[in-house]
Design a binder for this molecule. Structure first.
Ligand code: MN
Length: 266
């Protein structure tokens, strides 16, 4: 059994474990510096993991676990489009729960390796995928919104505008498809705008729960959370009104930055 122990320790091991774990996620991340050094097939693989960094995800090297990053603005900053009470519960309770679940799954998978007892491997692997994706998705979600006073809803320009036109015809056609996809998610999930590195185009996708139905290899750069916890206090059953309001606070500058990161390493 002793050869199953994680005998190495220290920051480098922690970092490798973190990256290894996160490569399982649907919308995962690596540090851009590492991605920039990669070549050939490694670059292609890195493309799937480029939109966020470990720092974005609040990874604490010393404790070897993820922490909940603070909201990049006040709870009430997105009013009246998204209300403060929803933001507070969503971030402080729901997102915090995904971070806890991710750390727990990583710890339990470490325990599986230590003991060699893998009878619960399916359970903990699913927990890793669900909570890890939940953490990545919500980190991206907060980051890609902004108050009106800070550019929220101001339409994209430059490289991203061109990419949207090339992939969807026009921003209006993209917006129609994105809102329709978000409205129509069955149950709990997400509407996504994602970079697809094989054809180097943008796709609108749906996600169920936190990760299902997302195409392998795509890099999400914008997501609208359509779980009821994201809108029910203010919008009740009117999910379409919420998705429309979300468009008013999209931080397209940030989405453009994530787009550049995603396609520059692919
Ligand atoms: Mn959520």
């Amino acid at each position: 059994m002793s050869d199953r122990h994680d005998s190495q320790s220290g920051p480098e091991t922690s970092r490798r474990q973190a990256l290894g774990a996160i490569s399982f996620l649907a919308a995962a991340a690596v540090a851009p510096a590492a991605a920039a050094q990669a070549t050939g097939a490694a670059r292609q693989a890195a493309a799937a993991t480029a939109a966020l960094t470990l720092a974005d995800l609040g990874f604490n090297q010393e404790r070897n676990e993820y922490t909940l990053p603070p909201l990049p603005y006040d709870y009430d900053a997105l009013e009246p489009f998204i209300d403060a009470e929803t933001m507070r519960i969503h971030h402080d309770k729901h997102h915090a729960g995904y971070v806890r679940g991710l750390n727990r799954a990583l710890a339990m998978l470490s325990e599986v390796r230590r003991t060699g007892d893998a009878k619960l491997i399916k359970h903990w692997s699913r927990e890793l995928s669900f909570h890890g994706s939940g953490h990545v998705n919500h980190t991206l979600f907060w980051m890609t919104m902004a108050p009106k006073s800070d550019g929220g809803g101001r339409l994209p320009s430059g490289e991203l505008e061109n990419a949207i036109q090339a992939s969807f015809g026009s921003f209006e056609d993209f917006s129609m498809q994105f809102q329709a996809a978000g409205r129509a998610v069955e149950g709990s999930g997400w509407g996504w705008l994602a970079f697809e590195p094989f054809s180097r185009s943008l796709l609108v996708m749906q996600g169920e729960k936190q990760q299902n139905m997302l195409m392998t290899g795509v890099v999400p750069i914008l997501g609208v959370d359509v779980w009821e916890h994201a809108y029910y206090l203010k919008y009740q059953n009117r999910r379409g009104d919420y998705v429309k309001a979300f468009m008013e606070v999209v931080n397209w500058n940030k989405v453009a930055e994530l787009y550049t990161r995603a396609h520059s390493v692919a």
